[in-house]
Design a protein around this ligand. Structure first.
Ligand SMILES: Nc1nc2c(c(=O)[nH]1)N[C@H]1C(S)=C(S)[C@@H](COP(=O)(O)OP(=O)(O)OC[C@H]3O[C@@H](n4cnc5c(N)ncnc54)[C@H](O)[C@@H]3O)O[C@H]1N2
Ligand code: MOO
Length: 538
């Protein structure tokens, strides 16, 4: 199906209110949408420009500024805390450019207009390159992106801004004393006003006459006509004479934070797609927000397949513990999704079909059953329900049988993770991560490059993902004191021992990588739990 059709279906699916109606969830103090509002992302109305938003206009009030436009947010992006590699799609540089791709889509943009992968057989060999697969998954997610919702600051942590954060007030909103001391008017010495002085939170008071001084606290309003604040430690008050002397030269405006110093009402403070961190919450509160416009968290169902799986106790009689049920939910939660409890369906094709049909999620993740064994039902069930395979196998080890499908036009996506546990992790990072980033409006993590301590051999023609752990520059044992990564053992497809000790995965090309040279690294979600953003407008 075409990308345009997907976009239309998705927004109509997910839009909560009528275009132009932002009343749902709007606090009483929020200004109503203005006349002439245009429909914004996901059918949420957005007036064209904030009112009272002229930078440099201290009279600009609060009205209307919450409803500012969004255009300036396009430069949003995450900056890794480590050196970032070029964001170009990764290529695995296979020596053989024409493997048998009978069923794998060659167009890395199936979400784009007119492209279609069609329903295909199981992976015929290598599938898409690892880089192409991530690009496809990200695009599919962005096409399915949902509406805007407003959530209270107490719940907004970790969401992604659906609109730029626009100041609803000047900051500071009045001329403020930066120090405890004296507000003075004109040159000293000054006559001390016989009152209790001005504390933070006090309302405006009469102008300060020239030649007068009044006690003032940090954060208190500067009285009109005051020209400076003299810190208490730099002032001498002669109580007998009722005069205040400055012990240092006093400059015009010293220790006064002028209204609008940090921002003017209507200024863009943060771009769209910024992840809401604790600091963003603080800034939003200071700037007048009670709620934030965010992308809803993508809803994810997890279906665990396999008759051999136990949910407790020790393995016995050929049965093994389900290692993926406990892992997938928290993992995708760390990627910003809301996840239902895993459902264990055994190797029952009909139960799988029913679960797929019944799901109300944006994304269904299955584990196991992707290969061609007698009870590997995923491809068969997808074919039966007419799902569209968008990625059918990826040239990556472990995890090459992973797949991505759309269950119905405009419907939910399915990421099929291979059953081998490290192969499932590979599928999470290759397909689920970029897809969820797209759905949530986040910029997906990009690999960056770090030197590797040891040689890592490559696969003959596929990309390898190898668990690594970082050693910071200067840490004991670091070669030459430089930051590097150490490849971990126990990295076989069925093993979790390596990944459980890792903080990243090395992306190893077919040629392998030599000790001391750089390799691309993809962080594990908890290694970069607070993705920083760039593109601050201030
Ligand atoms: N003839 C071929 N066989 C296989 C191929 C192939 O290309 N041709 N690929 C292999 C690779 S690579 C992988 S990876 C697996 C993928 O298999 P499935 O996705 O069908 O997964 P299962 O067969 O259901 O399970 C594989 C393996 O993983 C264990 N498993 C499954 N689920 C869990 C779980 N929740 N917790 C722990 N362990 C789990 C399962 O018991 C199997 O040992 O196919 C290869 N075969
Ligand atoms: O994809 Mo499989 O994990 O190579 O074992």
């Amino acid at each position: 199906m075409s990308g345009a059709a997907l976009a239309g279906d998705r927004s109509s699916d997910l839009s909560g209110g009528l275009p132009g109606d932002r009343s749902a969830g709007r606090p009483a103090d929020r200004p109503a949408a203005q006349p002439g509002a245009s429909s914004g992302v996901g059918g949420v109305a957005r007036p064209s420009e904030p009112s009272g938003a002229r930078p440099g206009d201290p009279s600009a009030g609060q009205s209307g500024s919450r409803d500012a436009g969004t255009s300036a947010g396009s430069s949003a992006g995450r900056v890794s805390h480590r050196p970032v590699a070029a964001p170009a799609p990764h290529s695995n540089q296979r020596p053989d450019p024409a493997p048998d791709h009978r069923s794998a889509p060659r167009d890395p943009d199936p979400a784009g207009a007119g492209s279609r992968a069609g329903s295909q057989s199981a992976p015929s060999g290598r599938g898409l390159s690892w880089g192409e697969a991530r690009v496809v998954a990200g695009r599919v997610g962005r096409v399915g992106r949902g509406r805007t919702e407003w959530v209270g600051l107490d719940r907004a942590l970790g969401y992604v801004l659906a609109e730029p954060l626009v100041a609803l007030t000047d900051l500071p909103s009045f001329d403020t004393s930066a120090m405890d001391g004296w507000a003075v008017a004109g040159p000293g010495p000054w006559s001390i006003r016989a009152d209790d002085g001005i504390l933070a939170g006090h309302t405006a008071r009469d102008p300060l006459p020239d030649g007068d001084a009044v006690r003032i606290a940090t954060g208190a309003r500067i009285p009109a006509e005051a020209t400076a604040v003299v810190r208490s430690e730099h002032a001498h008050a002669d109580e007998a004479k009722g005069l205040l002397y400055a012990q240092r030269p006093v400059s015009q405006g010293q220790d006064i934070r002028p209204r609008g110093q940090e921002c003017r009402s209507g200024e863009h403070l943060l771009p769209v797609a910024t992840v809401v961190t604790p600091a963003v919450l603080g800034l939003a509160a200071a700037a007048g927000y009670d709620e934030l416009p965010v992308r809803p968290r993508p809803r994810v169902d997890v279906l665990v397949l396999g008759d051999e799986l136990l949910t407790e106790g020790l393995p016995h009689d050929g049965l093994i513990r389900d290692a993926l049920g406990p892992m997938i939910g928290p993992w995708v939660r760390a990627l910003g999704a809301q996840v239902s409890a895993p459902r264990r369906l055994g190797d029952d094709a009909e139960a799988l079909r029913q679960a797929l049909t019944d799901s109300g999620a944006d994304l269904i993740i299955t584990t196991g059953g992707t290969a061609a064994g007698p009870v590997d039902h995923v491809h068969r069930v997808l074919a039966r329900i007419g799902a569209e395979l968008l990625v059918d196998g990826v040239a990556v080890r472990p995890g090459h049988p992973m797949l991505l499908a759309r269950l119905s036009p405009g419907g939910p996506c399915l990421v099929g993770l291979p059953g081998n546990p490290l192969a499932a992790v590979s599928g999470l990072l290759t397909l689920a991560g970029p897809l969820l980033a797209g759905l949530a409006g986040r910029t997906p993590d990009e690999p960056y490059r770090v030197a590797v301590r040891d040689d890592v051999h490559g696969h003959p023609h596929d990309t390898r993902l190898v668990p690594v752990v970082h050693r910071a520059a200067g840490e004991p044992g670091t070669a030459g004191g430089q930051e590097h990564v150490v490849p971990l053992h126990y990295n076989g497809p069925a093993m979790l021992r390596g990944i459980a000790a890792a903080d990243g995965l090395a992306v190893v090309e077919p040629g392998g990588v030599r000790s001391g040279t750089e390799v691309e690294i993809l962080d594990l979600p908890w290694a970069s739990a607070v993705p920083w953003t760039e593109g601050c407008f201030t």
